[in-house]
Structures are given as C-alpha cells and as structure tokens.
Design a protein around this ligand. Sequence first.
Ligand code: GN1
Ligand code: MG
Length: 367
Amino acid sequence: MIYSTIQHVLPMFGFEGSYLDVEEIPSGHINNTYHLTYTDGDRLHHYTLQRINSYVFKDPMAVMRNIQMVTKHLRLSMERDGIDPHRRVLELIPTIEKQIMYRDNEGHYWRAYIFIENATAHDEVKVPAHFYEAGRGFGEFQKRLTDFPISRLSYTIPNFHNTPHRFDAFMESVANNRAGRAHSVQAEINFLRERRDMMGQIVQLIDSNELPLRVTHNDTKINNVMIDDNTGKAVCVIDLDTVMPGSSLYDFGDAIRFGASTAVEDEPDVSKISLDLEKFKLFTRGFVEETDGFLTKTELKLLPIGAEVLTCELVMRFLTDYLDGDLYFKVHSPEHNLIRTRAQMQLMIDMETKHDDMMAYVEGLIG
Ligand code: GN1
Ligand code: MG
C-alpha cells in the first residue's frame, strides 16, 4: 500500500543499493514522511523521503532553496569549529538529474535526506535531560545562523507568526463559517478576542525595533531536534521548511508550548494539561546557555512572552482550521482540531498563572 504511493519516486533519487523496505512516519501534521531502507548486500542504507505539502507550501522550490543555503551555512560553521557536520546537519540526496527535489507527473514535490542513524525524534519529553539538550540544540542552531545573510531567505509561508495578521484571518473564518461550526465554539472565539493584544506583542516589538529579526526555525517542537540514542545529546535540528526571518522568542516559545506541557498537544482530557515549570527551566537553561552572548537583554528577558504568544497563536490556528473545515492540519477525527484548540487553551490558562514564575526564572539566569 505505502510502497505503491512512493514506488514511482524511488528511481528518481540517487539512493545506494537496492530497495528493501518502507515505513510511514506518522508524527508530522503537514508533509508525508517515509523511512526507506536500502541494501547493497553488505550493509543497510537508511533515507528519509518526504512529499512536500504544496497546499501549505505554495512555492516548494523556495523551501528547498532556503534549506540548501541554511544547511550549507551550518556545515561550514561547524567545520570552522573543527566539528564533523555528518549527522549534525541535514544532508539532501539529489535526484538523478542533480536537482534538490523531484516533481512527479501529478505535480507532487518530493525530496530525500540521509537518515540520521542512532538518533530519535521524540514526540514527547519522557527523559527530562532531553529537553535541556533540545534547548541547547535550538539555541546552537540560532547561534550558527547569526551571520547568515537574512535577506537571501524566502518567506516560505508569509506572515507565519504574524499574530495580528492571523487574528484578522481568524475573524474572517468566524464570519465565513465555512464548516458551519462557529455556533459551537463561541467560548473559544471569546477566549481569543480577550487575548488579541497579548498575542500581538512580539510583532509590535519587532515593528518598534525593540526586538531584532533573526534567522529562526519557527517550528521548534521537541520532535524537530534529533537526540542521540547513546549519548542523549542533541545531534541535529530537522524540519527546516519554515526557516525564515523571525524572532528568537518564536523558537523559544514554540518549544515550551509543545515540550513543557504535562500532556500531548491533542490531549482530550484537559484536566491533565498544565505547564511543567521544571521542564520549562530545563529547556530555558539549555537555550540561554547557547544564546546568552548574542541575544539582546530584551530578547532574553522576554523569552517567556514567546511561550504565551505561541501557545495562544496555536489556539487560534487550530480553531481557524476547525472553522474552515480542516484544510490545513492533518486530522484523525472531525473534532481533532477542536480538541487541539481546547488543549492549547488549557495550557495557556495555566501559563498565565505561572507568568511571574517564568519571568523570574529567566531574570535569575541572565542576571
Ligand atoms: C505543524 O509539520 P509539523 O507537524 O512539525 C506546523 C507548526 C505547528 C505544528 C503544531 C508548516 O508542524 O507550525 O506549530 O504543526 N507546521 C506548519 O503541532 O504549519
Ligand atoms: Mg513541520
């Protein structure tokens, strides 16, 4: 079944050996991801094959160009520091025509990477130390890109974390009520209305030049940093589709939203959801260790605002998609986006009660 979906793509990439097996990786909400195993008789070769979601990424070539430039920059930066970039930076496999992606007859875009061996993309923080490592991994990623020429990056999704812009789009979805669901989510709509100004803070601080634009990852879920199975260290930041100019608060904030919650992003039982301050501290320590020195005092001080804005942004994005009829995120049931909305709301409510604790911890770290 899965094989028949990818069969036509396999001969188009320069994989070594002959095809042995494929497995679908179900965790992403956007692209389709497959783990491939090839063999040349003596040893196995593992690859990651992805079909880019072109509803979400309107210009897949721009995505791939960004990835190519950023990975090259990261590789050179590591080599300058005497670090072997193998396993530490994503490595694209070119097509047999030496292109960075393949367009099939149906117009789908495909790309392939060397699979990073002996490392795992964890969907949840089960070992607390991994979250400290994730903080270091994403912090290092930003650090190595401080000297990247930011104007060369394309905006692969325009206004991605532009919350005022997203708020307008959300209100339009409420008005359009495409899926006929608006009447059932009035409480959720009001929740967002009440937080409109709070959510706009980062964009406002960027506009007033109080926060700088940097090269940011913009999708820093814990499963977007691979953790070495043997050493427990962060090895490689993956999923570079949304690397764009942004605020360091976005990367910090989204990681906390996802990884410092006591429950999964779509936990239906909201009584299980809160912000785990110990996890918050672990990630923060790792992130600040890597970024103190190049982030400004304002950025460092305001990191917790990132967690609140990103959590609220995700309430808004999931609810918008619910109102639109589930066009953007993959869903496993008709209510999936509503479940996600309510889970993120609960997390947000708990974060608000812990706002002062988060601010004080960061203040203490940066001195
Ligand atoms: C999507 O692709 P994935 O699952 O890593 C989304 C993120 C959301 C996240 C919520 C391009 O990330 O922005 O925060 O789902 N990616 C895109 O889980 O929209
Ligand atoms: Mg992604």
